[in-house]
Ligand binder design. Structure first.
Ligand code: NAD
Length: 478
């Protein structure tokens, strides 16, 4: 048996089940998006492996839920410290399996550790509602049981910590399922922290397309916390209904940004660029529709195109790379199809042709004022392809920004904060940023409206989703 801790690039990574490293007869290949070479293999869990993970989590639940919260906080902090101590190994692995540049990978691991620490500082819900002459009425937070946590491939570590931190703090035990495209960093994390937790409190299982449905249907799982696409979110909700599992769904977005004519164009172009193209555009809250006032439209478009020409695209493992490939072949195929559709419809597409060759590279592409009913405006592209849309009045911009099934994030860019806040109050998204974008914190609730999700992550409201409430009503003696 290989020791998965010896070498961050070990070919044989292990699942964490009941505190032990577990391999499987079947394995899945993990591919480097920059080279298309196989980086490593991971176990393709069987139903028996999943049963073992859920059984271990159930067995660990009584002890962990009875552990004083101060101890649970300390464990989260210790997990964060282990992560930081290995940040260089973790970031190299993350770049290899996900494609993002090393600097972004390091940023993600640092943020993941920050999230565990920030979550450790949150307070559980509950307290005294009434303490009168007649009665004492109190609520107490109770953990839900076993949490099935399902993570996507765009920020594998950070988005898993959005779930692990509050689930464990509230006293739940966890079965975590990484994306089959990006399981390696989380498996390494599992081995790094295994001895900090009683066996079974945290289990990490890997597998292909069958494993997610098995997990969401498993009768031993009490809650599913899912981050991924809206399409998969619907399946998760349907599956969870059979045993009335609690669900938190963080789903897709098609975030609008509205740029008013009073902005300093040169100053905001780099911010807008990275908000759209950072992580190769694979961010749930990336700017995905950029509405620009007609008075500055041409100038801003040209400045964005000029800025794009300065950005270094390549293998994320090469120092200095700013944008890597997209994370997998499916995603590249979707993006190529969207770009081809723009060209076929006769829209002006600014960007190089996607060349053939190793690596799932998609060029930075700007689509110049396509119509509102185009696919590139209506669909979530989730890649480095951005439509710029010209508008004349703020009423028009608001109406166009609010269209569609998604309502995750939005941003407004203006020198006039009052005007921007008035516009913000009319946007239907879960989060609206003014003169910045993508600022998240373990203390700030985050979630989508409409088909961008159900429930919240982060902050006390996010922690609340991992708790039931027990109400105790005591009639006082006369
Ligand atoms: P995805 O829905 O394909 O997969 C997400 C996870 O679900 C993976 O672990 C996958 O293996 C698993 N899965 C697939 N089918 C399943 C099923 N039937 N039952 C249970 N689990 C299943 O999403 P993705 O392609 O990994 O991620 C991209 C999407 O995620 C985008 O739409 C993006 O906007 C969204 N996203 C949302 C947020 C947010 O916080 N709202 C954050 C990041 C990404």
């Amino acid at each position: 048996m290989n020791d998965p801790m010896n070498d961050p690039m070990s070919d044989d990574a292990a699942m964490l089940i009941g505190g032990a490293a577990v391999f499987a007869d079947e394995r899945l290949a993990v591919v480097d998006p920059a080279t298309e070479a196989i980086v490593a293999h991971v176990p393709d869990a069987s139903p028996g492996d999943l049963d073992a993970a859920v059984a271990a989590a159930r067995a660990a639940f009584p002890g962990w839920s009875a552990t004083p919260i101060a101890s649970r906080r300390a464990v989260l902090e210790a997990m964060a410290d282990r992560m930081l101590a290995d940040i260089h190994g973790l970031k190299r692995l993350l770049t290899r399996e996900q494609g993002k540049p090393l600097a972004e990978a390091e940023g993600e691991i640092g943020a993941a550790a920050h999230w565990l620490k920030g979550t450790a500082a949150l307070e559980l819900p509950g307290g005294v509602i009434e303490d009168s002459a007649d009665r004492l009425v109190e609520t107490q937070a109770v953990p839900l049981g076993v949490v099935g946590a399902i993570a996507p491939w765009n920020f594998p570590m950070l988005l898993a910590m959005f779930k692990l931190g509050p689930a464990l703090l509230a006293g739940n035990t966890v079965v975590l399922k990484p994306s089959p495209f990006t399981p390696l960093t989380l498996l390494r994390f599992g081995m790094l922290v295994a001895d900090l937790l009683p066996p079974g409190v945290l289990n990490i299982v890997t597998g292909g397309d069958r494993l997610g449905p098995w997990l969401t249907a498993h009768p031993g799982v009490d809650k599913v916390s899912f981050t991924g696409s809206t399409e998969t979110g619907r399946k998760v909700m349907r599956s969870a209904a059979a045993t009335l599992k609690r669900i938190t769904l963080e789903l897709g977005g098609n975030d609008p940004a509205i740029v008013m004519p009073d902005v300093d164009v040169d100053a905001i172009v780099p911010q807008l660029f990275w908000a759209a193209f950072g992580n190769a555009g694979q961010v749930c809250i990336a700017i995905k529709r950029l509405y620009v006032h007609a008075a500055i439209y041409d100038r801003l478009r040209d400045a964005l195109v000029a800025y794009a020409a300065t950005v270094r695209i390549g293998d994320g493992a090469t120092e200095g790379t700013q944008i890597g490939p997209v994370a997998n072949a499916d995603q590249r195929a979707r993006l190529r199809d969207l770009i081809a559709d723009c060209k076929a419809q006769g829209y002006r597409v600014i960007g190089d042709d996607p060349g053939e060759g190793p690596g799932f590279f998609v060029p930075v592409t700007i689509v110049d004022n396509p119509p509102d009913d185009s696919r590139i405006v209506q669909e979530e592209q989730f890649g480095p392809v951005l439509p710029l849309l010209r508008f004349d009045t703020s009423d028009e911009a608001v109406a166009r920004a609010n269209v569609g099934d998604y309502a995750l994030g939005a941003s407004i860019w203006s020198a006039d904060d009052g005007q921007a806040r008035t516009i913000a109050a009319r946007l239907t998204s879960g989060t609206v940023w003014i003169n910045e974008v993508q600022h998240l914190s373990p203390r700030i609730p985050f979630g989508g409206q409409r088909q961008s999700g159900i429930g919240l992550e982060n902050g006390p409201e996010g922690l609340r989703e991992y708790c039931g409430l027990r109400t105790i009503i005591t009639r006082k003696h006369g």
